[in-house]
Design a protein around this ligand. Structure first.
Ligand SMILES: Cc1cc2nc3c(=O)[nH]c(=O)nc-3n(C[C@H](O)[C@H](O)[C@H](O)COP(=O)(O)OP(=O)(O)OC[C@H]3O[C@@H](n4cnc5c(N)ncnc54)[C@H](O)[C@@H]3O)c2cc1C
Length: 395
């Protein structure tokens, strides 16, 4: 097997790496991905960074040119994500729009919906969030209860969504809601596009264990949504939502190289002491790190296998679930190990005076739980792998 990239693709990598070197603000290097922008000022700073990437042709590179993308090849997308991960650049402010809503609309939207909504997503002129999960329905998404009643040229929506990332910044949300409660649960659902400024919407922030407020609970009280905002057929929203979920899982399973994190733990082990000498010289520490490195290398090749399937035009295989499960689990164990290395210093909060590496490790450890839950929990991924890949009986 030859894992080298072509000269053309290496030139693409070189260009993007050089651009990032010249443009990524110094204070975002290494931990730019860490915290969610809380204040309006921070959010606008991130939006300006997003815009800078967009103006230079480095945003939405996988989107077709007609909608503001670059039409990049699959290999270039892979390289692009590797480079962003390498420098730990902050995520885009419109990640839901770019990675999930936009691609779902390209597949299911009417020409008018595509024309109206898609071009404003890449430049972050309109920010999107997605309203799928509800307080009683996350893993069992098909059971959502938010109601949309058909009233001729519009629907009237009542209900509540939860864990809605970015809702406090969003201009629009997607909404999976029930339009016919008499039908079996997968069949009576519809997928709507809702203006977040519509009367009757209340956004209440939820504080996470990291102290951030990136999620929200969103309440809908007699919210009018024009029929022109229905995506796909009425009562066939489950099919649209599944397209949305497929893009979501591909993205969450999309970590390409966990060695970036392993190398950072190596650097930490060189900095801190363990039994009176640098931790990096301790056998136990080295063995643990070697184990993490072996797992990370294995995952890198699994993600290359996923890429190969895509290049051959095959449908997504089990690698998506495996990558989502294994990368989030490895990341959690890596962060817990960093806590062991830090000993009492692990108590320092992010950006606390005197904290090693600005306290980024404790923040990362707390944040590492997110990826084990988002986009289908790891328990659900175990079920998928057990039932659909290994053919085990349903639990
Ligand atoms: C960082 C993050 C961002 C998110 N952003 C959004 C967003 O923007 N929009 C949105 O709609 N949602 C969002 N979510 C919600 C996410 O999709 C749900 O949290 C997830 O699907 C799980 O649903 P739940 O929280 O209701 O847990 P539940 O479904 O109530 O599950 C509770 C526990 O039971 C386990 N469990 C449930 N069913 C089974 C089963 N059949 N077999 C074994 N174990 C099971 C689960 O694994 C979990 O541990 C986000 C979540 C996170 C963490």
């Amino acid at each position: 097997m030859d894992f080298r990239f072509s000269e053309e693709d290496e030139a693409f990598r070189h260009d993007f790496r050089r651009w990032l070197e010249a443009n990524l603000p110094r204070d975002w290097r290494d931990d730019g991905e860490l915290h969610d922008p809380e204040t309006k000022e921070e959010f606008e700073r991130r939006r300006a960074w997003h815009r800078k990437l967009y103006d230079a042709g480095w945003m939405c590179i996988h989107w077709p040119k007609e909608y503001g993308g670059r039409g990049a090849s699959l290999i270039q997308q892979f390289i692009y994500h590797q480079e962003l991960e390498r420098v730990k650049a902050p995520p885009t402010v419109n990640f839901q729009g770019i990675a999930r809503v936009g691609p779902t609309l390209m597949q299911w939207g009417t020409s008018e919906q595509k024309r109206r909504y898609l071009p404003k997503i890449p430049p972050a002129e309109e920010i999107w969030c997605q309203g799928l999960s509800e307080p009683n329905h996350g893993s069992d998404l098909a059971a959502v209860e938010t109601r949309a009643v058909d009233e001729g040229d519009h629907f009237v929506v009542n209900g509540c969504k939860v864990w809605t990332s970015n809702a406090h910044h969003a201009d629009f949300t997607t909404l999976l809601c029930r339009t016919d409660p008499s039908l079996p649960k997968h069949k009576g659902l519809s997928y709507l596009l809702v203006d977040m400024r519509s009367p009757g919407i209340t956004v209440r922030p939820l504080v996470q264990i990291t102290g951030e407020r990136a999620f929200n609970q969103v309440f809908f009280e007699d919210v009018r949504v024009p029929k022109t905002n229905l995506v796909g057929e009425k009562n066939q929203g489950w099919l649209v939502a599944m397209t949305n979920m497929m893009f979501e899982r591909t993205i969450h399973g999309g970590r390409t190289d966990m060695m970036v994190e392993v190398r950072q733990v190596v650097e930490l082990a060189k900095k801190v002491n363990w039994n009176g000498r640098p931790a990096w010289e301790d056998e136990y520490v080295r063995q643990q790190i070697a184990r993490f490195a072996c797992e990370a290398e294995g995952l890198k090749y699994t993600s290359l296998r996923q890429l190969t399937r895509q290049l051959k035009g095959l449908p997504p295989g089990p690698e998506g679930s495996i990558m989502k499960l294994a990368t989030s689990d490895l990341n959690l164990r890596l962060q817990m190990f960093a806590m062991q290395l830090l000993g009492p210093y692990s108590q320092f909060e992010y950006r606390a005076p005197g904290a090693i590496d600005h306290g980024k490790w404790s923040h990362r450890m707390l944040a590492a739980r997110r990826a084990t839950i988002a986009a289908g929990t790891n328990e659900i991924q175990h079920n998928i792998i057990g039932e659909r890949v290994l053919g085990l009986p349903k639990g």
